[in-house]
Ligand binder design. Structure first.
Ligand code: 4AD
Ligand code: MG
Length: 505
């Protein structure tokens, strides 16, 4: 059996392949099948003159998602995705498919989510999962080449590490247990054993809100490095993100095209340094007090708004023109063509109006931002709007960061944390920082956060026996996939998403 992705090696030859029919259309003694096999998509043409009557009959009755075995000749055709099509000589039905619920027409998101087990077969979902796969591969490649050891942290844990409000409670025989929110604390122990480690595992947070960036179950990559301070941490984060993004850009061109992702937004990712802003500087940007390239954030957003309004006017003008032509009377073909264009424009207007409606809200919430607060989604959007590569924000007020963050000796109100914010409104993809090594400060924080001291005795041991400066970070896999793929919502970036309100399928 030859996979579709390998057709290129069989130009002009006969191959046998198998897969599912995603689409069929007929035209004068020809059946055009779109076959998918997981490795790719290919058009297969069944010509009445080339096959037996039985085979042509079978082909002309094939329904969406029937599975088939096909023999045919590979023919180059640049117009096709993949560049090759198959001229069928034999065809055998493997499994029928009756009334497949997902058609080419638009479906509501809840319907698609209820049918996630089938929706995964669609082109768009296929492309996203391929990109997710490549990203995972790139993550391992990066850390392995940098000499990191991959270690695993437990999922059943006796305590919170990232704040007790988002814990999923469980039982561990007779003990109370919680699903891990992070592997970090165990990662620190492993870094003291192995030097530089990374964990890559599922993490769980009871996020009782439906946002486009929150899952209840997500995968996190958490490197932890002995003898690293936060500067070195930021250098590593930057080279890591540059590496994984450019790896996906180089190896997933077809998938990114299928998603219609505008990849020019990544063009500077490797050449340009990621801006590093202190929390204070970031707040000044939000509040319009600091200029970047000669403009404040408020000025840039107001210009964006004016630009969007112009675009809406242009769309409306074009619609009016097209409607006038239709009203004057045109042939059916031409009318359909014009009507399609009008529908597209109306869709564009809808999207632009949503954007136009958001900008004043961002400006307002930015103006009202209070120093000392954590950034919300719109604050992150405002900061990242000023740059075209991810932005690092460091030196945070210690009160809004986790108990383990290292306090700055020179400014004790600050903690040496770092967040990385992705452009285009994707926001925080990385959270990390240097870890507190001062035993007294650390146990003080554990008390302040009302965490059970006895569960942290082993963690405090790491500071008693050869404590060293160390740092690390966590990259959210799904948020990174969403950013690279340009998906509206994080729920499409994991095969079976778990978020508030969804446990099935
Ligand atoms: O910023 P967070 O909470 O940091 C930690 O968990 C640290 N222990 C990491 C470390 O230093 N080892 O989470 C890290 C990242 C976020 O930046 C985000 O990308 C992702 O994990 N993340 C989520 N992704 C999807 N859904 C959620 N509910 C997420 N919460 C965090
Ligand atoms: Mg965070």
């Amino acid at each position: 059996m030859i996979q579709i992705k390998d057709f290129k090696d069989f130009d002009g030859k006969t191959v046998e392949t198998q897969g599912w029919v995603t689409n069929r259309r007929s035209s004068k003694g020809l059946e055009f099948l779109i076959l998918r096999d997981g490795s790719g998509f290919a058009q297969c043409i069944v010509n009445k003159d080339d096959v037996s009557e039985d085979i042509f009959n079978t082909a002309s009755k094939l329904t969406q998602e029937s599975s088939v075995k096909i023999k045919g000749n590979v023919v180059k055709d640049e117009k096709q995705t993949g560049g090759y099509e198959l001229h069928v000589t034999e065809l055998e039905l493997i499994g029928t498919s009756v009334d497949y619920p997902i058609s080419n027409k638009e479906h509501g998101i809840e319907f698609l989510m209820d049918h996630r087990h089938l929706w995964l077969r669609s082109r768009r979902q296929w492309a996203i999962l391929k990109i997710r796969n490549r990203l995972i591969f790139a993550v391992h490649n990066f850390f392995q080449k940098e000499g990191f050891v991959q270690t695993d942290s437990p999922i059943f844990t006796p305590n919170a590490a990232e704040g007790s409000t988002t814990l999923f409670a469980s039982k561990y025989y007779d003990d109370d247990a919680y699903l891990a929110q992070t592997g970090q604390l165990y990662g620190e122990a492993m870094a003291m054993a192995m030097g530089k480690i990374y964990t890559f595992g599922p993490t769980f947070r009871a996020e009782k809100s439906k946002t486009r960036r929150h899952l209840s179950e997500f995968w996190m990559i958490e490197p932890e490095m002995a003898f690293y301070d936060n500067e070195m941490n930021m250098d590593l984060i930057e080279s890591f993100i540059k590496y994984i993004v450019s790896d996906v850009m180089n190896n997933c061109k077809t998938e990114l095209e299928m998603l219609e992702r505008d990849t020019t937004v990544f063009k500077n990712i490797t050449s340009e340094a990621f801006p590093r802003l202190t929390y204070d500087e970031a707040v000044d940007i939000i509040k319009g007090k600091k200029k970047i390239n000669g403009n404040t954030s408020i000025e840039v957003l107001e210009a964006d708004l004016a630009d969007i309004k112009n675009q809406i006017d242009d769309c409306k003008e074009e619609i009016a023109e097209k409607e006038k032509i239709i009203a004057a009377g045109v042939k059916k073909g031409k009318r359909n063509f014009l009507q399609n264009r009008i529908d597209t424009l109306k869709n564009d207007i809808h999207k632009l109006e949503i954007k136009a409606g958001n900008i004043p809200k961002w400006i307002e919430s930015a103006a009202n931002f209070e120093y000392g607060n954590d950034f919300g989604g719109s604050d992150e959007t405002v900061i990242t709007r000023m740059f075209d590569v991810p932005v690092m924000v460091y030196n945070w007020p210690h009160q809004i960061k986790a108990f383990y963050m290292k306090r700055d000796a020179a400014s004790p109100e600050l903690a040496k944390g770092v967040d990385v914010l992705a452009p285009e409104g994707y926001g925080e993809i990385v959270g990390g920082g240097e870890r507190e090594t001062d035993l007294n400060l650390l146990s003080g924080k554990i008390e302040e956060h009302k965490l059970p001291m006895k569960e942290f005795e082993w963690y405090l041991d790491l500071r008693k026996y050869g404590s060293v400066p160390h740092a690390g970070f966590g990259l959210g896999l799904e948020r990174t996939v969403a950013w690279i793929c340009g998906t509206q919502h994080i729920r499409e970036t994991i095969p079976f998403p778990r978020y508030y309100g969804r446990l099935r399928p």
